[in-house]
Each structure stands twice: as C-alpha cells, then as structure tokens.
Write a protein of this length. Structure first.
Length: 336
C-alpha cells in the first residue's frame, strides 16, 4: 500500500515590520536638531512626538522646528489642530501611525522625535485607552480587597501573575494602582491588559530602536534657562497676546502649556514679567524631570550623553554608529 505523500509544513513568514527610529529625552536636550541631522544622514522624515507642537499658532513657546528646517526635512504631526480643539493620545496614535506608514511606503525612514512619553508609548508600545475595560464598581471592590487583606497589594499582584504574567512582570508588587487597573481590565473584558494593548499596536508593527538624549542636570537647567530667555527675545509674549486676541480661552488645554499659561497671567496683569519668566523656567525644569522619570522606566532606550556634544551631527553620528546591524535589517543606506 502506497503511503500518502507527506507535504512539508508551510514555513511561517513573519510580516515585514516597519523600521522606526525614535529620539526621546527631556526638553532642551537638543532632540529636534539631532533628529534633523539623522534625517539627513538616513534619508528620513520626522514624526513629531510633542503634545504641544500639534497646535497651530503656538510656535515659539513649543520650540517648533524652524521654517527652514521643515523646508529641508519633511515633518509630520506639526500644526494639525487649532488651540481650542480637543487633541488626545488616541488621535495622535492614529495620525502618527498613518504618517509612519506613509513615510515607509515612500522608501524613507520614519524618525519619531519628541519628549511626550505618552505619545511615544502609544505608537511604539501600544496604549489602552482610559474607557476600555473600565468599571468603577470592580475597581472599588479590588481596592477594598487590597485594603482588607493581610497581603495587600502583593496579594493582588499574585492574582495578576496567574491571569496576566506579562503584566505582572512589568508592574511592581507595591504598585496598587496599576495592579488594580490590570485586574479590572481582565475581569471586565476577560482578556489580559497586555493583549488589549497589542490590539492597538500589533507587536509586529515596528522594528523600533529608541535613543534618549541626556546630560548632567545642571547643564540641562542652564540650557532650559537660556532657551526661555531666547523665546522671550524671539517674541513669545507677543505670540501669547496674539492667541488671546484671536479669542482663544486662556483656560483651554493648549493655552495651559508651559510658557503660555504664565505669560497669559502676565498679560492679564496678575504678575510681573520677570516673575512670569522665572515661573516658566522653574516649570520647565520640573517638566524635564518628569520626562526623565517617564523614559527611565523603559529598559529598551539607549541613552546618549550629549552634555559635551555641541554639534547635533556628532550626536547623530554616534547614534548611527550604535545602530549597527539594525540599519541593514531596516534596509537603510547611509547618505542615500
């Protein structure tokens, strides 16, 4: 009896992942200039990851790339909303993902540049939107269980390990808020929170490399102060005045951005100019610290100390050197 012909199993072909280079870090660390230098070297286009650069008319205070830089290198996700529009992370994720796909389809390298960690994570890591899997009653019960249990948060963390081990590995056993959120999502949807995040950004979507720019705290503080002084010299107060004259509410989310809130108060006669300038510098330094706290929690970011680097091209060259085989994998040619 003739044996049936055996057909070898079909090889599983992984979907082609879009190459994505991301440059992150605190404000005033030089990300924009390094991003432009990289785009020149790698035939790339910039996808802004800045939550304030999306707004039209808010140019000086958000440190948007100059008109000349935008003319030389194409930038995406800049000037896509008016200051009174509601612009959230869900909309950013949608527009940025489309821009990345479009850039890659034309044979250019998408380079995400910005300091809004939530926006970067939404694209690179996936983001579970606030209302998904939300149930206040379930959340309250879980919090009550933790309060009444001898094991507290650790006991709930052990429960999370059994239903979503990947999430449990990433969440500290004492981080009750995140543990409760993950358990809430699982109870409400029947699916692990890590699975739902992948639904928004499939794990295979991007072949991403992330680099962070850093420098000593004193050096960054000095750069922040100098940049604020330059913004004032460039006309930031007049920019805020113009937006107010156009009818934008000083309480609008966009107008609460650092620099706009303080100078709106100055223009309203609520504080002096020097006081407003000092407040902008202080709030910017605090924001930079929060940015570093956000990015430092990720272990897949390669950090470059740019404190002693004055030429953005030098920093870009160091990043390119560290990319190694990734350039070949991503089919990126230097100087193309």
């Amino acid at each position: 009896m003739t044996e049936p012909m055996r057909v070898p199993p079909r090889a599983i072909v992984e979907p082609m992942r879009i190459p994505l280079l991301a440059i992150v870090g605190p404000t005033a660390s030089g990300k924009s200039a390094v991003g432009v230098a990289l785009a020149r070297m790698l035939d790339g286009e910039i996808v802004s990851a800045d939550s304030m650069q999306v707004y039209r008319g808010m140019d000086i205070g958000t440190a948007k790339p100059s008109a000349g830089e935008q003319a030389q290198i194409r930038h995406h996700l800049i000037d896509v909303a008016d200051p009174d529009e509601v612009f959230n992370v869900a909309r950013y994720q949608e527009l940025a993902s489309a821009a990345i796909a479009d850039t890659a389809s034309r044979g250019r390298l998408p380079i995400m540049v910005g300091g809004t960690g939530l926006y970067v994570d939404a694209v690179v890591r996936g983001f579970l939107f606030p209302d998904e899997g939300r149930n206040p009653a379930v959340r309250a019960r879980l919090e009550q269980e933790a309060a009444q249990s001898a094991g507290g948060a650790a006991e709930l963390h052990a429960r999370l390990t059994s239903c979503d081990p990947e999430a449990a590995r990433k969440i500290h056993p004492n981080d009750l808020r995140r543990i409760v959120r993950a358990l809430e999502v699982f109870e409400v949807t029947g699916r692990p929170i890590t699975e739902l995040r992948r639904k928004h950004v499939p794990a295979h979507a991007y072949n991403a490399r992330l680099f962070g720019l850093t420098m000593p705290r004193d050096a960054l503080a000095g750069r922040i102060d100098a940049r604020v002084d330059q913004m004032v010299a460039d006309g930031l107060v007049d920019e805020v005045r113009r937006l107010l004259q156009m009818g934008y509410d000083p309480e609008a989310t966009a107008m609460q951005a650092i620099g706009y809130k303080e100078f709106a108060a100055y223009l309203a006669g609520l504080e002096g100019l020097e006081q407003a300038i000092d407040e902008v510098k202080l709030e910017t330094r605090k924001y930079a610290k929060r940015q570093m706290t956000w990015f430092r929690k990720h272990d897949d970011i390669t950090w470059i100390d740019v404190g002693g680097i004055s030429d953005p091209s030098d920093a870009a060259s160091e990043i390119v050197a560290r990319l190694g085989d990734w350039l070949e994998e991503a089919d990126v040619t230097l100087g193309r």
